[in-house]
Design a protein around this ligand. Structure first.
Ligand SMILES: [Zn+2]
Length: 191
């Protein structure tokens, strides 16, 4: 992916996550993580932890409670089990993010599809939505920017699900970039 206006020294981390893959990395407070759906319709399953207190991790329940909505977008915050404001959404070209369905797993895939040993997000997380699963509307190049408010450990699973429409039936690549500064919508540093 191009990073207009961003010089190499402002990129702390840049990785393309292959279909069905995953990654984990740390972030310092103030850095911005951009998750890019390179080909469109691909779900990124995302978890994060306080770097010095892993019990204090992302809580979907507190996030919906303290934002007062399930429909997260720019300006909303990710909260932890201890109501720490972990991250803030600073840009969002997709607009559809799920807080309630959880990640696909060996067990839910076996229950739904009668198949054991499927690649799944829970396995991706340990290695490093039942409410109506819909095909994601994201377009190639759509992204979400998340600013770290404290030092964090991040883990992302590039959702391997291919037995329902959530990834358009075909898992594809994601890219994750960590910027030292907050980029603008076009990827340039904020003045
Ligand atoms: Zn998944």
């Amino acid at each position: 992916m191009e990073h207009p206006g961003i010089t190499g020294s402002l990129i702390a981390f840049d990785e393309v996550i292959p279909p069905r893959g995953g990654t984990a990395f740390t972030m310092r407070a103030g850095q911005v993580c951009r998750v890019v759906d390179l080909e469109g319709k691909q779900v990124a399953d995302f978890i994060c932890f306080h770097l010095r207190d892993f019990v204090d991790k992302l809580s979907p329940e507190n996030t919906q409670l303290l934002n007062g909505t399930l429909l997260l977008t720019t300006g909303h915050h990710l909260y932890s089990t201890k109501a720490t404001r972990l991250m803030t959404i600073t840009a969002d070209t997709c607009g559809v993010h799920d807080l309630i369905s959880g990640s696909c797993s060996e067990y839910t895939n076996a229950f739904r599809y009668g198949v054991r040993g499927t690649p799944n997000c829970r396995s991706n997380f340990s290695a490093g939505g039942a409410t109506g699963i819909q095909e994601l509307k994201s377009k190639p190049g759509d992204y979400l920017d998340l600013r770290a408010n404290i030092d964090l450990l991040i883990a992302i699973s590039n959702c391997p699900q291919e037995r329902n429409p959530c990834n358009g039936w075909t898992p594809t690549t994601l890219e994750v970039v960590v910027y030292e500064v907050e980029p603008t919508g076009k990827g340039a540093p904020r003045q």
